[in-house]
Design a protein around this ligand. Structure first.
Ligand code: ZN
Length: 141
C-alpha cells in the first residue's frame, strides 16, 4: 500500500512467514524502486543473526540465536550501493525472558511475522555508499 505525497511515498506491509528479513526488505525496495528512505518494522523471528562491528579489526562478527525472538524494533535506511537499493538496519530483539539484545542486521533472520513501514525520501538524490577509509565501513558520502 502506498500513499503518494510530493516528496515522500509511504509504504506499509507484512513480510512473508519464513522469509529472510533483510532479503525481503531489500526485495521490497527493489520492486518498488525505492532508493532513498527510512525503514521501520516489528514482529517476531524464528531465528536471528546479527552482527557486531569490531572497530579495531574493522570486521563484522556475526552472532546467531537459534531460538524464537521478538523483533522489538528495526530501524534502518535505504540508499544505493553498487547501483542497487541497499538496506542498512539495526534490530533490537528480546528472548523469552524479556531480555533485549541486538545488532546490525545481516542475512539469516527468519521471519515468523513482521509488519513494516518504508518512507521513500524524494527531497534529495539517493546517497551512494562509499567505503570510508577511517572506519572501514561503507557509508554515505
Ligand atoms: Zn550497521
Amino acid at each position: 500500500m502506498a500513499t503518494d505525497q510530493p516528496d515522500e511515498r509511504r509504504f506499509t506491509g507484512r513480510l512473508p512467514h519464513g522469509s529472510d528479513l533483510l532479503a525481503s526488505l531489500t526485495g521490497f525496495c527493489e520492486q518498488n524502486h525505492i532508493q532513498h528512505g527510512g525503514v521501520r518494522a516489528l514482529g517476531a523471528l524464528s531465528r536471528a543473526v546479527v552482527a557486531f562491528y569490531d572497530q579495531k579489526e574493522q570486521v563484522y562478527h556475526e552472532v546467531a540465536f537459534d531460538d524464537e525472538v521478538e523483533l522489538l524494533t528495526l530501524a534502518g535506511n535505504v540508499s544505493l550501493k553498487d547501483g542497487r537499493p541497499f538496506v542498512h538496519a539495526h534490530v533490537v530483539l528480546a528472548d523469552r525472558t524479556g531480555r533485549a539484545f541486538g545488532g546490525h542486521l545481516v542475512n539469516g533472520c527468519t521471519v515468523f511475522a513482521c509488519e513494516f513501514a518504508v518512507s521513500e525520501w524524494n527531497h534529495a538524490p539517493a546517497p551512494v555508499r562509499q567505503r570510508d577509509p577511517v572506519t572501514g565501513l561503507w557509508l554515505w558520502p
